[in-house]
Ligand binder design. Structure first.
Ligand code: EPZ
Length: 420
């Protein structure tokens, strides 16, 4: 398996172009199953997860053509309605084909995703919402089957938790419902808005995306569209932290500060200076990193997907900070690896106490999940000496051309074939 070798200690200076959002393009690709017309997606990042989802969509009957950031998807007819275990196991977002398959084909047979490194990650909210719309849901041998042969019906359903995937699956399932579907306590993430914009461009009738309540009036079918994927706010936040950890100055383009609103306050308290300009912003610091207490929350709070990166920053703060992970039950896999690099972190349940140290030391470390692995890259960029991050396929799932983007700003990152 590939590994990244990082020689730390160089301040990052220069410009990084942010790619399209992984967590927007995945549900949007699934939404393309809802029409037999061509969907053209722009600003699509070249990620392992995009490749994996293309294979699943092709298995289901879509033809896909992906070149230079442009992805064309056309599903003239649904040829299969099963999302097999070997695909879902590798990428949980495969579960997002469920809503479109039930809406278009009246049935979906999807492997239960199973847990992953950061938690059990059930899909009970997805299934309860589909039942509220009249679907019949059964679970057998690790597969969930959702049936609605005569279509889904209007209803009002309140999500017990603003689940991002739950909101997306139910939104896509509802587009052909008979009558009106009202979804309450939904997720507000910008990726939900990007998905709703695309569905409305295809002819859906959706209002309220980005607020607590989304209302969908069912239509009989959807056309094609051309749609741009919004910038990746998690990638944006990741490189913003990289500038501060290496005491450099980065200009991030094709993004905006408004996309990382849950992170900007903590960054300012940590000593960041951020200067907005059209198409992005610059970020640097002119003093030590200050300790900041944070808790992860649904949007617009601090994104759980930025917790590991922010923790890496706090390992070098001039004091102690308290970090609370409220979304997942096990999203501290990066802690023992950061400790190997000299960080001083104690975890108690969902709370981590981070005592800042003057410097981190390079070491061989292991990536476990996407965001944990990028926090190790950040630590390696700031550390004295060389850090080797093993199992970087985790990174390739969510960060397009990461070593190129970093090396163009003065980093020393190289990739080699690992033994393990
Ligand atoms: C999306 O996952 C993202 N993935 C995750 O990003 C992100 O961490 C998460 O939203 C929260 O922001 C994609 O968009 C592809 P959830 P999702 O449903 O939809 C519980 C990354 O690193 N829950 O909002 O799976 C669940 O266990 C990935 O890019 C239920 O209990 O997240 C978790 O504790 C990691 N029942 C919490 O809600 C359900 O039916 C948040 O899950 C669904 C979720």
């Amino acid at each position: 398996m590939d590994k990244l070798n990082i020689v730390g200690g160089t301040p990052l200076n220069g410009t990084i172009y942010i790619s399209g959002a992984k967590n927007a393009v995945l549900p949007i690709m699934c939404a393309a199953l809802l029409t037999d017309k061509e969907v053209v997606l722009r600003n699509v990042p070249k990620l392992l997860d995009v490749r994996s989802l293309i294979s699943l969509l092709e298995h289901l009957g879509a033809t896909c053509e992906f070149r230079a950031g442009l992805l064309r998807i056309k599903t003239t007819a649904i040829k299969a309605t099963t999302a097999p275990y070997e695909l879902v196991r590798k990428m949980r977002a495969s579960v997002l084909v469920m809503g479109p398959l039930v809406a278009r084909a009246g049935v979906a047979h999807v492997s239960m995703p199973g847990g992953c490194a950061i938690g059990t990650r059930p899909i009970d909210i997805h299934l309860d919402g589909l039942k509220a719309m009249g679907a019949e849901v059964t679970l057998d041998e690790g597969y969930v089957t959702v049936k609605a042969p005569s279509g889904l019906s209007g209803c009002e359903y309140t999500l017990p938790f603003p689940s991002v995937g739950g909101t997306e699956n139910l939104l896509m399932a509802a587009v052909f419902a008979k009558g009106q579907v009202v979804l309450k306590n939904v997720a507000h993430e910008p990726e939900i808005v990007n998905l709703a914009e695309m569905l409305n461009a295809m002819g859906a009738k959706i209002v309220g995306a980005g607020t607590d309540t989304i209302t969908i009036r069912g239509v009989s079918n959807l056309g094609g569209c051309t749609h741009s994927i919004l910038p990746d706010r998690i990638e944006t936040g990741t490189y913003a932290v990289a500038a501060l950890m290496t005491n450099g100055k980065l200009t991030l383009r094709n993004t905006s500060l408004s996309l990382i609103q849950g992170l900007t306050q903590p960054l300012k308290k940590a000593g960041a200076i951020m200067e907005e300009h059209n198409g992005g912003f610059s970020i640097w610091r002119d003093g030590p990193i200050q300790p900041v207490d944070v808790v992860t929350e649904p949007y617009p709070g601090l994104a759980t997907d930025l917790q590991a990166q922010f923790m890496a920053l706090m390992t070098l703060a001039a004091g102690t900070s308290i970090i609370r992970e409220s979304i997942y039950e096990n999203r501290y896999m990066h802690v023992p690896e950061l400790v190997r690099m000299g960080a001083n972190i104690k975890v108690q349940g969902e709370t981590a106490v981070v005592r800042g140290v003057p410097a981190l030391k390079g070491a061989p470390v292991m990536a476990t999940d996407l965001r944990a692995s990028v926090s190790l890259v950040l630590a390696g960029l700031a550390a004295e000496g060389t850090t080797t991050v093993n199992r970087v396929y985790h990174l390739d799932r969510g960060y397009e051309h990461i070593e190129d983007k970093l090396n163009r700003c003065g980093a020393h990152v190289s990739r080699s074939n690992g033994s393990d």
